[in-house]
Design a binder for this molecule. Structure first.
Ligand code: GLA
Length: 353
C-alpha cells in the first residue's frame, strides 16, 4: 500500500492544490483533491471509473456539475433557500436561480473550498482526512461547524467515507459526495446498460422545481422500481410524470432500513467490464442522478461527455428536509457530534471472455 501527494496546479489566487493518492496491495487507487475534498479518480481493475478533469481549472469551471466533490453544509435542494430554525428565518443563497432554490450548499458550498488534509498511514488500509471550519454565518447557516471527511481505501477494494461534524450553535447538516461513476470507465460507453439494484420501496416525488412534494411514492409498478436489478435505461426512458420532470432519474430513494445501521443501498454492475460496485450507508436517503444535466463538455484526457455518461449515488438526508417535518431530522444541536458513513465496494466477477 502507499500514499502519495502530487501537485494539482494552483487556483487563480495562486493557492496550490494537492492531490492525495491512496493505493492498496491490489493496485486499486483513489485520488482526492484538497479543493472541495473532491474524489478525482478511482482506478479499479485497470480502469478509472470516475468522471472528472485532469486540471484544477476543469473543477473550478465545472459549471454546476459538482464532479466528485464533497457537498455541504446542506446537500440537494432547499426550496426558496429558506427555512425556520429555532423560530428564526434563515435565508441561504439561491444559487440554482432557474428553480429559485439552494442547491448543494449554495454559492459558497464546501465543493469550492480548500480543505486541510492529514494522511493516516496504516499498514494495510491507507486513509486521508480532509477538514475545514465552516464559520458561523457562512451562507447564513448558524454555528461554527468543524467538519472532517475521511477517505479510507480498504484491502478488499472498498472505499469508505466517514463524515464527522460538530457545531457550537444549533444548525442543519446534509453532507454527501457527488461522484459520477461509469463502471465502463470514464472513457467507456454511457451508463444506460449498467444494471442497477436499489434497496428502496419508495421515492420522495418532486414538483416541477425538483423540490419534494412531501409525499412518499411507492416504486411498485413505476420506472423507479429497481428492487430487482435492471438496466438504468429502463428507468431513464420509463413513461412516468416523475421521469419527465427530471429528464431521467434525479430522485431521492427512501432506503429500506431500520435506524442508522449500515445497509446495502444500491448495487451497480457493468456487463461490459464485469465491474460491480455496492454502496452501503447509514443514511436514510439516496439521490440517484443519471447525469441528466451533464452539459456537453470535455473531461479527463479530452473525452467528450454528454448526459447519461455517469451516474451519482448521493447518500443523504432527504432534500428540503428543513421544510418537511415528516422527513428525518437534519438538525445538529450545539455540542453534538454528527457521524455518518458511506462505503463504495468494488469487485469484479470472474468470467471468460
Ligand atoms: C444533484 C441534483 C441534480 C443536479 C446535480 C448537479 O444530483 O439532484 O438535479 O443539480 O446534482 O448537476
Amino acid at each position: 500500500m502507499s500514499v502519495s501527494v502530487t501537485s494539482f496546479g494552483t487556483l487563480d489566487d495562486q493557492t496550490p492544490v494537492s492531490r492525495v493518492t491512496l493505493c492498496n496491495a491490489n493496485g486499486t487507487s483513489v485520488s482526492i483533491l484538497d479543493y472541495g475534498a473532491t474524489l478525482q479518480s478511482i482506478v479499479f481493475a485497470g480502469k478509472d471509473i470516475l468522471l472528472g478533469y485532469d486540471t484544477i481549472d476543469g473543477y473550478v469551471n465545472a459549471n454546476g456539475s459538482y464532479m466528485g466533490a464533497t457537498i455541504g453544509r446542506f446537500g440537494n435542494r432547499i426550496a426558496n433557500g429558506c427555512f425556520l430554525l429555532d423560530g428564526q428565518k434563515i435565508q441561504v443563497s439561491c444559487n440554482e436561480s432557474a428553480r429559485h432554490c439552494h442547491l448543494h450548499g449554495g454559492d459558497s458550498g464546501f465543493d469550492k473550498k480548500m480543505w486541510r488534509y492529514q494522511i493516516m498511514c496504516d499498514e494495510e488500509e491507507p486513509a486521508v482526512s480532509f477538514s475545514r471550519t465552516s464559520p458561523d454565518g457562512e451562507e447564513n447557516y448558524p454555528g461554527n461547524l468543524q467538519v472532517t471527511v475521511t477517505f479510507t481505501l480498504h484491502a478488499d477494494d472498498s472505499l469508505c467515507l466517514d463524515y464527522n461534524a460538530t457545531t457550537d450553535k444549533n444548525t442543519v447538516i446534509n453532507l454527501t459526495n457527488h461522484s459520477y461513476f461509469n463502471l465502463n470507465g470514464y472513457d467507456g460507453e454511457d451508463i444506460l446498460d449498467t444494471l442497477l439494484y436499489v434497496n428502496a420501496d419508495e421515492i420522495t416525488p418532486v414538483d416541477e422545481g425538483l423540490i419534494p412534494t412531501g409525499e412518499f411514492m411507492p416504486v411498485e409498478g413505476t420506472p423507479f422500481d429497481y428492487r430487482s436489478e435492471k438496466p438504468i435505461r429502463d428507468g431513464v426512458y420509463g413513461q412516468h410524470e416523475q421521469v419527465k420532470i427530471a429528464g431521467g432519474i434525479d430522485h431521492n430513494f427512501v432506503l429500506s432500513r431500520q435506524g442508522r445501521e449500515m445497509r446495502l443501498a444500491a448495487r451497480a454492475y457493468s456487463p461490459n467490464t464485469d465491474i460491480q460496485m455496492e454502496c452501503y450507508t447509514d443514511l436514510p436517503g439516496l439521490q440517484i442522478y443519471t447525469g441528466n444535466f451533464i452539459d456537453e463538455q470535455d473531461g479527463k484526457s479530452g473525452i467528450h461527455w454528454d448526459r447519461y455518461d455517469g451516474f451519482c449515488l448521493e447518500t443523504q438526508f432527504f432534500p428540503d428536509s428543513v421544510n418537511q417535518p415528516a422527513f428525518p431530522s437534519v438538525l445538529l444541536a450545539a455540542g453534538d457530534t454528527f457521524h455518518s458513513r458511506t462505503c463504495f465496494c468494488l469487485s469484479q466477477k470472474d468470467h471468460v471472455r
